[in-house]
Design a protein around this ligand. Structure first.
Ligand SMILES: [Zn+2]
Length: 466
């Protein structure tokens, strides 16, 4: 009888019976979270349009533009963002800590003279694990053809008022709820001049010992009519680099024998975001296994540079006539990043993707720490991990083991194993799959999957190197 079943099913049978046995004794948390369905449809295209209009209305938001005016330039823009975060905070009883994060930059090719690069962040403090952070970001600044031109109109409607508007809207949606971990909404400055705002925030976060679980950097989330002629409002891209930039030679040597080149925390963050798209109507994600577009940059990179999990979320179809262009018409072709090129409903959809991902992670327990795996020359595979303190994760229900074929992009098999610190998969041979473990809350909210060893680690449970 068995020999008539597909090979994959035969391989799975021992596992399924194990899962079935486990289900008899374990209270398995739900596999979907109703709150996330609500959040996945909550962002408003109209509010995002209004915010993009306001940002475009500052004329230029170039990093070197004037700061004294209340109506034009980067200073007026950042003060408005700060005030908007404060207005959102007032609606939730002061639930946001709004602050400027700045640093003086000079002597750089694109910032020769001293300039105060000023980002605006709002922190929604977590109830149980306030030192754990998930971050959503967009960029305040804009540019035209000459990156040093700080006086011409540079509307930057899609690049990247869309990202800032999405970040503000995510704050409006998520500040109505309370989460275990902290959420940071960040409008970053100085992107076009050399990723300075992200660098300043990442370095400050490291100094302050933030446990950064995820950075979702949004850079251009509103263009649906591409340079190729394709028009598409149902897909988005998530860019994720491979091995950590901070990997040591010894860690790389270890990885060569045990794997992990496809399973950095950044990659597993991308897989997480891809799966969370199920909560957003009419949206599919394209995971892209590279740092960013070919030879180009974005504000997730300064976080990757310090070893933090960080991805870039953006539209699938870019239109280069609408990026970094002087406003003009040439041979009948219209150039410029103007507001008529932004699809607000699509920007709302990508905002929803961010919101469900932030909410899912912030509601979940911290990703498992110190995950190890063994099972060479054995029928079985055993994973072990360390659990957080009860006070840090009072909503923890237990853990889920995930595995997939080595050529599969997404985790395809899993079993819930309860509140334990290790689990053995019987008759699952370690050589043939990649494995990981996630933490699950009683509500069903799940952390990203953590691949064993240094290659996959999301870090420890406390601010110190525990
Ligand atoms: Zn740009």
């Amino acid at each position: 009888m068995l020999r008539h079943l597909p090979l994959g099913l035969v391989l799975l049978l021992p596992v399924l019976s194990q899962a079935a046995r486990a289900a008899e004794v374990l209270a398995v948390p739900p596999t979907e979270v109703p709150l996330l369905h609500a959040i996945g449809s909550a962002p408003s295209a109209a509010r995002i349009e209004a915010d993009i209009r306001t940002l475009v209305g500052f004329g230029t938001r170039h990093t070197l533009s004037e700061t004294a005016s209340e109506t034009r330039g980067i200073g007026a823009a950042r003060r408005w963002i700060h005030a908007e975060f404060e207005r959102i905070s007032a609606q939730c009883g002061g639930c946001l800590e709004v602050r400027y994060v700045s640093g003086v930059v000079s002597g750089e090719p694109r910032i020769p003279d001293p300039v105060d690069v000023v980002s605006v962040i709002a922190i929604q403090r977590g109830r149980h694990d306030p030192g754990r952070y998930v971050i959503m970001s967009g960029d305040i600044d804009s540019r035209v053809s000459d990156v040093m031109d700080f006086t011409s109109d540079a509307p930057g409607a899609n690049d990247n008022a869309s990202g800032v508007a999405g970040t503000l809207e995510a704050a409006r949606v998520l500040s109505k709820h309370k989460f275990a971990g902290s959420i940071v909404y960040a409008a970053l400055a100085g992107e076009e001049q050399g990723l300075f705002g992200g660098k300043i925030l990442a370095e400050q976060a490291r100094k302050d010992g933030w446990r950064i679980e995820a950075v979702l950097n949004n850079d251009m989330i509103g263009n649906t009519a591409g340079i190729t002629g394709v028009v598409d409002n149902t897909t988005a891209r998530v860019f994720a680099e491979g091995t950590r930039a901070t990997e040591t030679a010894e860690q790389a040597r270890q990885r060569r024998f045990t794997g992990g080149e496809l399973d950095s925390p950044t990659r597993n963050l991308a897989r997480y975001v891809e799966r969370m798209a199920d909560y957003v109507p009419n949206l599919d994600l394209m995971m892209i296994y590279r740092l960013d577009r070919f030879g180009r940059g974005g504000h997730h990179r300064p976080f990757n540079d310090l070893g933090y999990p960080a991805v870039r979320i953006m539209e699938t179809h870019e239109h280069y006539d609408r990026q970094h262009q002087d406003l003009r018409t040439e041979d009948g072709v219209v150039y410029g990043d103007t507001i008529d090129g932004v699809d607000f409903a699509y920007a709302a959809k990508l905002t929803a993707l961010n919101a469900v991902s932030l909410a899912g992670m912030a509601a979940a327990p911290p990703p498992p720490a110190d995950v190890t795996i063994e099972g060479a020359v054995s029928a079985d595979t055993t994973l072990k991990w360390r659990r957080p303190s009860r006070s840090q994760a009072p909503d923890l229900a237990g853990y889920r083991i995930h595995w997939r074929l080595t050529t599969q992009p997404q985790w395809s098999r899993s079993v819930y194993v309860g509140d334990v610190g290790e689990h053995t998969l019987r008759n699952v041979v370690i050589d043939n799959y990649f494995f990981g473990v996630s933490a699950v809350s009683t509500s069903g909210a799940e952390s990203p999957v953590v691949f064993p060893g240094a290659a996959g680690s999301f870090g420890g449970y406390t601010n110190a190197d525990d």
